[in-house]
Design a protein around this ligand. Sequence first.
Ligand code: HEC
Length: 167
Amino acid sequence: MAIKHMVASVLAAAGLHGPAAAADAPDDLIDRGAYLARIMLCGDCHSPRGPEGEIDETRALGGASIGFEVPGLGVFFPPNLTPDAETGLGSWSDAEILTALRTGERPDGRLLAPIMPWQFFSVLNEADGTALVAYLRSLPSVSHRVPVPTGAGERPLGPYLAVIAPE
Ligand code: HEC
């Protein structure tokens, strides 16, 4: 088990998402949450990246450096999910995190853009949701505020991935 974890973190540090050895789903709540976060790709979107595009594991889930354009809707940056009170989820309750994950509704009532795959996460059961929240709460706090979303036609406030139709 320990070796499997080491292999997984070395591959992750190298930015490789290739066919690493399949992990058995761990029983421990936080380990299970980490396992779910990995296969549900939370870190792929919500972690900052280094100059070569590799995930910065020292600031895992500390908020993206690259946003996503949703055509017709705007540009959205995956926020910081670490427990930082100012820039992360520190001030959110467990229930608020679960609601955002399963229904896309933030505590302020805004519906998250569908690039955050909440429509797929709506089937998340209570046990797995609890494990994911426990894992997010266990992360080292990272102080990093991502740019606010901008609407279609507005100037995005950071680099972003876009959908461009070929000529
Ligand atoms: C395909 C990229 C992607 C994946 C995968 C993804 N997210 Fe997101 N997430 C986003 C984006 C983009 C936003 C911001 C959307 C917006 O502002 O409307 C977001 C928003 C959120 C929010 C709301 C935070 C806030 O401050 O408003 C939470 C909580 C969240 N994601 C948790 C998760 C978790 C946990 C996972 C994995 C189980 C996950 N996300 C997977 C892209 C993603």
